[in-house]
Design a protein around this ligand. Sequence first.
Ligand SMILES: *Cc1c(COP(=O)(O)O)cnc(C)c1O
Length: 360
Amino acid sequence: MTRVFNFSAGPAALPESVLRQAADEMLDWHGSGMSVMEMSHRGKEFIAIHAEAEALLRELLAIPANYKVLFMQGGAIGENAIVPMNLLRGKTGADYIDTGEWSKKSIKEAGKYCTVNVAASAKDSGYTTIPKRETWKLDPNAAYVHICANETIGGVEYHFTPDTGEVPLVADVSSNILSRPLDVTKYGLLYGGAQKNIGPAGLTIVIVRDDLLGRALPITPSAFDYQQQAEAESMLNTPPTYAIYIAGLVFRWIKAQGGLAAMEAHNRTKAALLYDYLDSQDFYAAPVARDCRSLMNVPFKLKDDKLDEAFLKGAQARGMVQLKGHRVVGGMRASIYNAMPVEGVKALVAYMKEFEAQHG
Ligand SMILES: *Cc1c(COP(=O)(O)O)cnc(C)c1O
């Protein structure tokens, strides 16, 4: 068996030790005689798996007691509708910050449920920056302020937590959750699909402050009503049980690595290897402004895009896959989430140098 270095933006690489443990436990979880996939979500085995996953997530992020943790379905794209349905609380509008493809999708979807005020946009920079907080035109009557903490496609990431005063801050953290410490108390709500940094697709994590619950629009589907899901311990419908189990194993793995401070050090090391090389030559270009660069998703371009195919083919031959950039930005993108080892990034940089020497 050979495993590749998988630079996919999502679903993405998982820690090998987690996959091995899941394989070992596939047919018989802890003497239960069942696979986790076969368990009742209301049985004592799965209840324990679910409770441990939540406890570990709470521990890793230091989530205060007045926040609910919900394990839902529908992905971050589902949350684009679920958030306004739940958080308008009698108000009619919400503020959104436009930093790229994922913000644009959030804005479009929220527009079905409320008046969206785009309080700041990075469009003029070609989505290579995060608009400075001082430039945001926030509406004091907004129900919430929405940001995309890490734009997975464009590769811009917030390296500050915006102060929005009394108005709750909502963040799509799909592609950078658990990559470094985060102060949950600065947010009203955090959400993300699991398939970037946490586990299999199909699980959505929602972390929401208590006082924001209980005022969903009457049209809100019950399965997507945070209050109802909170009361039902995320079991109003059958939760994505296997994905929750794998997420729990990933949380345990993160804790064993030293928690989020250790993850941050690991992720900064990898990102620096790549960005330092990109900044040291002119065969490849990194489009994103330095102070907004993502630690998770690193887009870059070859100076001659006619070489793109050859670059990708050579990478594949060396066991490095999924480096093709998203079609809206083109070029390449290396997604280097928690589970990507430093060796993977070293191998990529070595190959980039080799390719440059051949074609530069
Ligand atoms: C991947 C991603 C999404 C989409 O998530 P789905 O699970 O496909 O709904 C939304 N936002 C961000 C920032 C993402 O990285």
